[in-house]
Design a protein around this ligand. Structure first.
Ligand code: ZN
Length: 415
């Protein structure tokens, strides 16, 4: 049996007045997905437990079949895994954004959580300066805390612990993602919980470390946003995820342009296939992803294609772009892969977004997402199109992480 999992990130949404009460998935012209619905089953799954943030880090873990309540430890450890940084049992990873915080009417306000999409090279220099600042201002801590450059504004702070040492951060530590603070005051958004004072002190001190750095001087002179601070969030230890092959006896390959998914793939023992032209944005090369998936299906039992574009369009509040992204996924990924798999013998296809991303709020939401599953051994239900309305009439998988089990088991329950 060959399995294809397609994750159109954030594709689920609400009915839109501008679309005559249809959702973007329903309004989009998606003949390939609708054909799957007609010969398969449409239902709902909820991938975000109430106690966890409604993001891809939690929802995609669930989609891969891992209970987030058991395995989710934070976002930064997933990104560390994506970068090939392995964490020991006493280590912590903390996400470290370079951000632009400005003074507005006497308040410190998050102007840009990307520091003007600062280049990786500039970020690297600023993190070197931050490491020097740490050594100077916190000499007793500098040896065990390391700023690790990543891509652009997305960097990490890694703690290397020693067995028997007290953990510097608590599991109950709460932090605020900087993208949730856009144009808002940051004063109440500093970390809370054990270890939060140290993290807050670093964030505050980074203003001094970075203010007159030549990178920032040059950016200001060029009319670009300076990186005024490091913003620390998403802290966690390495999650202890059992390998997917051990759990299911199925080998799997991940195709994505997003680090969280790369990290999840690494931690669950999946192969990662990088695709030239896969950007993680609206302009991603959809057809290249489909070609890569077809190649990977030669050797892997299961291939996951993750496409970030619908989520990006939703964050921009752009209805037309969201529909266009869904239509490109249908025409350039679903259609060719269905055609290919039909020549491959037994196979199953599951399409499921991770979480809804509402055009109305431009952000992730909680609640069920529609899925369609079709292929060998899966009886048709009454659905004739893929979308939220059809899904409401189908079964609900909650907790959503059980959907992977249903997908892989031979006897899928009828709708
Ligand atoms: Zn997502």
């Amino acid at each position: 049996m060959k399995y294809l999992l397609l994750i159109p990130d954030g594709a689920a949404d609400e009915p839109q007045a501008a679309l005559n009460g249809r959702t973007p998935l329903e309004a989009a012209h998606t003949p390939a997905m609708d054909a799957l619905a007609a010969r398969g089953r449409v239902g709902r799954a909820d991938h975000v437990p109430p106690s966890l943030p409604p993001g891809s880090e939690v929802a995609c873990m669930s989609l891969l079949g891992y209970d987030p309540l058991t395995f989710f430890t934070g976002r930064a450890p997933l990104e560390a895994a994506a970068q090939g940084i392995s964490l020991g049992p006493d280590d912590w990873a903390v996400r470290c954004n370079l951000v632009t915080i400005v003074d507005q009417d006497g308040q410190s306000v998050m102007e840009d959580f990307t520091a003007g999409h600062i280049s990786s090279e500039e970020a690297r220099e600023l993190l070197t300066a931050s490491q020097a600042g740490l050594a100077k201002d916190f000499p007793e801590l500098a040896a065990s805390w390391q700023f690790v450059p990543g891509v652009s504004y997305r960097n990490l702070l890694i703690h290397r612990g020693q067995p028997g040492d007290a953990s510097p951060l608590g599991n109950e530590l709460r932090t605020v993602p900087p993208h949730d603070l856009m144009d808002k005051p940051v004063i109440d958004a500093f970390p809370r919980g054990r270890g939060s004072r140290f993290l807050s002190e670093i964030m505050a001190a980074s203003e001094r470390w970075l203010a007159e750095h030549p990178v920032n001087v040059a950016r200001r002179a060029a009319g670009q946003r300076p990186a005024t601070h490091v913003w620390l969030w998403g802290a966690g230890k390495a999650p202890a995820m059992p390998s997917f092959a051990d759990l299911h006896g199925v080998s799997a390959t991940m195709i994505t342009a997003v680090d969280l998914l790369r990290g999840l793939a690494s931690l669950s023992g999946w192969k990662r296939r990088e695709v030239q032209g896969a950007t993680g944005y609206l302009d991603t090369d959809y057809a290249a992803k489909a070609r890569a998936a077809i190649e990977e299906l030669e050797s892997a039992d299961l291939v996951c294609v993750h496409v970030e574009a619908p989520d990006e369009a939703s964050h921009q509040g752009d209805t037309a772009e969201k529909i266009a992204a869904i239509e490109r996924i249908d025409a350039l990924i679903v259609a060719p892969l269905v055609k290919h798999l039909q020549g491959c013998g037994d196979h199953r296809i599951l399409i499921c977004p991770d979480h809804p991303t509402f055009l109305s709020t431009k952000t992730h939401s909680r609640g069920g997402v529609p899925y369609v599953v079709a292929g060998s051994g899966i009886p048709a239900d009454s659905a004739v199109a893929y979308g939220e309305s059809a899904a409401l009439a189908g079964p609900l998988t909650d907790p959503g992480w059980e959907l992977m089990n249903e997908f892989l088991r031979t006897n899928v329950a009828g709708g």
